[in-house]
Design a protein around this ligand. Structure first.
Ligand SMILES: NC(=O)c1ccc[n+]([C@@H]2O[C@H](COP(=O)([O-])OP(=O)(O)OC[C@H]3O[C@@H](n4cnc5c(N)ncnc54)[C@H](OP(=O)(O)O)[C@@H]3O)[C@@H](O)[C@H]2O)c1
Length: 264
């Protein structure tokens, strides 16, 4: 299959690109900087926030292969800090990288998938796309946007044989933690005394999280499934339990449980 993965310089993107190549797929992946990749992977330089750039990448794939079977919308980043202190630039970077970037990729591949009458769009959301995480509020908002968009997209594209699958990772040990742009101002730290400890906990959980290979294997499976589910949570047992509790408990019960986990 012809696969396009965004953000293959590290983490899930890199592991997925390597695995899918091993499995015999033709793999194209977006990068923003020069990185060493295994031979056989086709890098395409683009920042997913650049709509025209993304279109050019997809044009290149179509010119070379004549089709595109799978899009893995993986590129993303996180900002951390009290919502009140996020600057407009930080908010834009968060929403544009994680949500608009994904929209750019879908818009570029969809006409080809519709024409083919087949295709699979995989979106990497997060458990943070199912519950609003304190001090990662704009990250959660960007993933909630992904969730809502994909829910609607799935209905619109089903008649054309194009399926949409959302994957929600829990904590994984990738470059995501060190790339997080954190609020460090004294004012924010003083105004929100719980922030420092909470973000420390988030980082500890991520660093001790699952290996990105686990998620790559899930994507490898989803690509081969004839009838995949609409979405999958890939995480530790405790995090799957938190997703279940969020679904079944009244919000007024779940919110204090989540808050107390983060020292709020
Ligand atoms: N790790 C976790 O615990 C976790 C949990 C839930 C969800 N996720 C999601 O998983 C996805 C992959 O993250 P990861 O954990 O593998 O982190 P990662 O190792 O930091 O990889 C992120 C990738 O996305 C790329 N990227 C970020 N912003 C981009 C942009 N605007 N345009 C193009 N590429 C961009 C990065 O490129 P550069 O190297 O150029 O920055 C990198 O290749 C993200 O969507 C993230 O939200 C991660």
């Amino acid at each position: 299959m012809i696969v396009f993965i965004t953000g293959i310089s590290s983490g899930f993107g890199l592991e997925t690109a390597k695995l899918l190549l091993q499995q015999g797929h033709t793999v194209y992946g977006s990068v923003r900087r020069d990185v060493e990749l295994p031979q056989g992977i086709h890098p395409l330089k683009v920042d997913v926030r650049d709509r025209e750039g993304v279109q050019k990448c997809v044009d290149q794939i179509i010119e070379a292969e004549g089709r595109i079977d799978v899009l893995v919308n993986n590129a993303g980043m996180g900002i951390g800090g009290p919502l009140e202190f996020a600057s407009p630039q930080e908010i834009s970077e968060q929403m544009d990288s994680n949500f608009l970037g994904l929209v750019h990729c879908v818009d570029a591949v969809l006409p080809h998938m519709r024409r083919q009458g087949s295709g699979r769009i995989i979106a990497i959301s997060s458990i943070g796309g199912l519950m609003g995480l304190p001090f990662q509020g704009f990250y959660s908002a960007s993933k909630f946007a992904v969730e809502g968009y994909c829910e609607a997209l799935r209905l619109e594209t089903k008649p054309f044989g194009v399926s949409v699958v959302v994957i929600r990772p829990g904590d994984f040990s990738t470059g995501f933690t060190s790339s997080r742009k954190k609020q460090t101002s004294e004012e924010a730290l003083q105004a929100y005394p719980a922030y420092k400890q909470a973000i420390g906990k988030v980082e500890k959980d991520e660093r001790g999280g699952l290996e990105p290979k686990v998620l790559a294997r899930k994507i490898g499976k989803v690509i081969r499934m004839r009838h995949p589910r609409h979405g999958y949570v890939v995480s530790s047992f405790e995090q799957r339990l938190s997703v279940l509790l969020k679904r079944i408990l009244p919000a007024e019960w779940f919110s204090p449980i989540l808050g107390s986990y983060y020292g709020l």
